[in-house]
Design a protein around this ligand. Structure first.
Ligand code: BGC
Length: 440
């Protein structure tokens, strides 16, 4: 038993381990790439301007918000008043639903069809009796050419709908609203979900100057005091998931090779919820082949790409936290593995923890990289607004992130806090729509 556990542990450290010195190296490389990207030099970090600064906190009114962050889309009506927000109505709908027989994320589907579908949902939620300005959170890599004009550079999160890349998603939405005869809604602002989360965090507390999404996708934004576009304070969407300097191991290379877009969004493939389950699956198959795991089992359950969703990693981790035996949760039955031994369980637990912790340590290193850029001596207090299912729901993730950030910041660690900012993408879209009124 102990041989397998020890060998697997060794291999995991080689493949996934990050010491504090490794994290510091990643943080300075991240900061260097930020500077290069801002200066328009060669960099894996796109550094995209948001054309918005922090909100004043006094924005008021009722706004429609569209939150398109992945395969689940939300439409909300949000009221802002006296520094508070309230969600008056909301609806969530999937872009693919096998039972209902549609999938709007395939390359065979055209962007017009996708945005018409979304527009009809907007119409259903807002009704016809009032006019609304709409804030649109679109959580993909876009080049903003103004606050309501954002050209999709490339899809991520395995979405492939055609006729959207290279086009202004604001225009696509406006055209669709017109086609669907929804004329009481006007698009006011388009923001990335990190920007929306920062707006929400800063609406409540001025010290908030960074935001991170740790969910299906991964990204970071911050307020750049001296941006090259307007020379004023502006939120910059780093597209941190595109960072290409983090050390990758053999499982990362394998995962990237079989992904929809090899060579792109490399850090996202090591950090985000879209990929962590897949990483664990590849590791389990390899450990099985090396005779270190599930020796009595045939692993047919894990053969196919995507066969292990990140939520199942959450099940193992939830149990690991309570130190239970895997069969107690019937995960063995679920996976068709009937003879899981205690050694198997120990290895499995270790793999899930190591994959989770590496993700958190990489995310901490990227945050530290941003701090190196905006306040290298840590003279001020910083609040990082964080949203996303990994951070909110994966057992042990938030703790691992805080611990890693603490290791990086040392005695200054009290100056930087992380705050879960739920619904930041939706609320932030409304704040962006409100802020935009004061801009023109
Ligand atoms: C997208 C980002 C987004 C992040 C989090 C990434 O795949 O490229 O724009 O902020 O996911 O949703």
């Amino acid at each position: 038993m102990f041989y397998a556990v020890k060998q697997a542990g060794k291999l995991m450290w080689q493949e996934l381990g990050l010491s504090p010195a490794d994290m510091r190296g990643i943080a300075s490389a991240f900061c260097a790439e930020m500077k290069q990207g801002l200066a328009g030099g060669p960099s894996s970090l796109p550094m995209l301007p948001a054309y918005l600064g922090k909100p004043g906190g006094r924005e008021e009114g009722t706004y429609a918000a569209l939150d398109f962050g992945g395969t689940n889309v939300r439409v909300l009506l949000v009221r802002l008043a006296e520094g508070n927000y309230e969600i008056l109505r909301k609806t969530t709908f999937p872009l693919k639903d096998a039972a209902a027989g549609y999938d709007l994320t395939r390359a065979a589907v055209d962007g017009g069809e996708l945005f018409s579908f979304i527009s009809r949902k907007i119409g259903e939620l807002v009704g016809t009796s009032q006019r609304y300005r709409l804030g649109f959170t679109f959580s993909f890599t876009c080049e903003h050419q103004g606050l309501d004009k954002a050209v999709l550079l490339n899809w991520s999160k395995e979405i492939e709908t055609s006729g959207v890349e290279g086009r202004d998603v604001g225009m696509l939405l406006r055209e669709a609203l017109r086609r669907e005869k929804i004329d009481n809604v006007s698009l006011a602002a388009i923001v990335n979900d990190t920007t929306a989360t920062l707006l929400t965090g800063a609406f409540a507390e001025r010290a908030c100057d960074m935001a991170g999404i740790l969910g299906t996708g991964y990204n970071v934004c911050y307020t750049e005091p001296n941006n090259p576009w307007t020379k004023e304070e502006m939120i910059v969407n780093i597209e941190a998931g595109a960072f290409a300097q983090a050390p990758r191991g053999r499982y990362d290379l394998l995962l990237d090779k079989q992904s929809e877009r090899p060579g792109e969004h490399l850090l996202e493939k090591m950090v985000s919820g879209r990929y962590l389950g897949e990483l664990v699956r590849l590791i389990l198959l390899d450990l099985h082949q090396r005779d270190l795991l599930f020796r009595c089992e045939n692993l047919s359950r894990f053969i196919d790409k995507g066969a292990l969703p990140t939520e199942e990693l959450g099940l193992v981790l939830a149990h690991a936290e309570r130190n239970g035996f895997l069969n107690n949760v019937k995960l063995g039955d679920k996976w068709g593995c009937l003879q899981i031994t205690e050694a198997d369980y120990a290895v499995l637990r270790q793999v899930c923890r190591d994959v989770r912790d590496r993700s958190a340590r990489l995310a901490a290193a990227a945050f530290a990289g941003v701090l190196l850029r905006i306040d290298p001596q840590l003279d001020r207090r910083h609040l990082i607004a964080v949203d996303g299912s990994l951070y909110e729901k994966l057992p042990g993730y938030a703790v691992a992130l805080k611990k890693a950030l603490g290791e990086l910041l040392g005695e200054n660690k009290e100056k930087v806090s992380l705050r879960l900012t739920k619904d930041g993408s939706g609320i932030g879209a409304a704040i962006a729509a409100a802020t935009s009124q004061t801009l023109f």
